[in-house]
Design a protein around this ligand. Structure first.
Ligand code: UT7
Length: 349
């Protein structure tokens, strides 16, 4: 191994800088309680038929009253760490994508770090809503190939049930709670693992999907609570149109950047917001339905956790094998979007 001089002039081993970032393990956790379309029929003026035909969702999971995002995240994270065969102390960076942290501050990543006892890690959140996992993948790759991090835990987690207004039928039927995690490390091989990531955002359209109160614009008052401003508001039609176009464009960009074609993608893992959005995006890209992972029917839209939950399911049921090329794409509040092409490596041999 080559050596270098430290600041004090002493000779020390130089750590080689990796050429790529690979995913070594994944994990998912979703709460036990199921909220079905039939349950929602008793809560708002809706029907199983409307929800199924407009969204493809049949049920979603809801966190228990004593479960916060870091609790869900911890269970998914532990599974990813176990799959990789790592120790908690191996992790030097924890990144969490979420818009529903346990508290406004500290970050959900720091709360998770404390629970895991990951004393060697630096921990921070990314706020990119449904694109949080892809943003996290982009940052993880940059940290690993620059040598700033060696082993990263990346989590997407949401307890959206805490910010959903269950008297508002246009949103309450859509969202659910869950967590998904991956662990990544650098590799000396140049052409493996995360082959490309492309991300984008457009703050002009921020109010198409947002939570008006609780921040510095509208701090909590009796009035904000009475007006239900601490729950999410969405212009679903507009988001739908922009999202489908945006997910197609960013997917093409990521596939180009990975120097591959649509046909090279073995499995497509889109953000799970609405089956019609998934279907329309896949059709625009010319990806056949048998290559598309769908979990939205069972979990609804779980925002930042939807891609890693779907990834974990496909890895554990054998649909994803070592060397498979995966296409992932997300779109969410911000507005934010992102796509990635990943060669699945799995645990180191
Ligand atoms: O993660 C990224 C962020 N979010 C999204 O990606 C969501 C994107 N948008 C969507 O998925 C869809 O736009 C929705 C599922 C939210 C709505 O579907 P849509 O086909 O765009 O319906 P719409 O909003 O145009 O509403 C059609 C009708 C309306 O009634 P009128 O005005 O035609 O009489 C709504 O009031 O459906 C009504 N409606 C409902 N009816 C029964 C809205 N929600 C419901 C409901 N049950 N839950």
């Amino acid at each position: 191994m080559p050596s270098e001089l430290s600041c004090s002039g002493k000779k020390r081993e130089r750590l080689s800088i990796p050429k790529s970032a690979v995913i070594r393990g994944c994990g998912a956790y979703y709460p036990e309680r199921v909220l079905s379309n039939a349950d929602l029929e008793h809560m708002v003026d809706t029907s199983d038929e409307w929800i199924t035909t407009r969204t493809g969702i049949k049920e979603r999971r809801i966190a228990a009253p004593d479960e916060a995002s870091s609790d869900l995240a911890m269970k998914a994270a532990q599974k990813a760490i176990d799959m990789a065969g790592w120790e908690i102390d191996d992790i030097d960076t924890i990144i969490v994508g979420t818009v529903t942290p346990d508290y406004m501050f500290p970050s959900c990543a720091c709360t998770l770090q404390g629970k895991l006892g990951a004393k060697n890690a630096v921990a921070f959140d990314i706020s990119a809503a449904c694109s949080g996992f892809i943003y996290g993948l982009s940052l993880s790759r940059a940290l690993l190939v620059s040598g700033q991090a060696r082993r990263i835990l990346l989590v997407g987690v949401e307890t959206l049930s805490r910010i959903v207004d269950y008297s508002e039928r246009s949103t309450c039927v859509l969202f659910g709670d869950g967590a998904g995690a991956v662990v990544l490390e650098g590799s000396p091989e140049p052409d493996v693992g995360v082959k490309s990531v492309a991300i984008g955002s457009d703050g002009v359209h921020g109010e198409l999907l947002y939570m008006p109160a609780g921040g510095s614009r509208n701090p909590a008052t009796h009035d904000t609570v009475e007006k239900k401003l601490h729950s999410m508001k969405m212009n679903g039609n507009e988001v739908f149109k922009i999202a489908v176009r945006g997910m197609e464009a960013i997917s093409r960009k990521a596939i180009d950047a990975a120097a591959c074609t649509i046909d090279d993608i073995d499995l497509f893992i889109p953000h799970q917001a609405n089956f019609r959005m998934i279907d329309a995006t896949a059709k625009r890209l010319g990806i056949p339905e048998e290559k598309v992972v769908v979990t939205v029917d069972r979990f609804g839209n779980t925002s930042a956790s939807s891609i890693p939950i779907a990834l974990d399911e496909a890895v554990r049921d054998g649909r994803i094998k070592e060397g498979d090329m995966l296409g992932m794409v997300a779109f969410g509040a911000g507005l934010t979007w992102g796509a990635s092409v990943v060669r699945w490596e799995g645990p180191a041999r």
